[in-house]
Design a protein around this ligand. Structure first.
Ligand SMILES: [Zn+2]
Length: 98
């Protein structure tokens, strides 16, 4: 297992961003640095297919909205979750696929 942070990944790494965020219809709520690749999604449940994932370049994430530069320090196997306006960092459970 690697300990690389999001910032260690090239800016052209494929990032899964959900269409709600991509279209700026929904607030970015959850960012993960995980085995399947980085993802950035809104607070909806994405298992029901109502908010599809799209692929964008990882580099766009840091510029998506002000204050996201800290995500470069997000370590592999961790997530950042925006809760009541504050980003909290947590560790992904093994086999947890949100
Ligand atoms: Zn979404």
């Amino acid at each position: 297992m690697t300990n690389s942070t999001l910032g260690d990944l090239p800016n052209n790494t494929a990032l899964v961003m959900c269409e709600g965020v991509f279209n700026r219809e929904r607030e970015l709520n959850y960012v993960a640095n995980e085995e399947d690749g980085p993802q950035a999604i809104c607070a909806l449940n994405h298992r029901d297919g109502k908010c599809e994932g799209m692929i964008v370049g990882l580099g766009h994430l840091y510029e998506w909205e002000p204050g996201l530069e800290f995500l470069r320090d997000l370590e592999f196997g961790h997530y950042a979750w925006k809760r009541e306006g504050t980003w909290e960092i947590g560790r992904l459970e093994q086999g947890d696929n949100k």
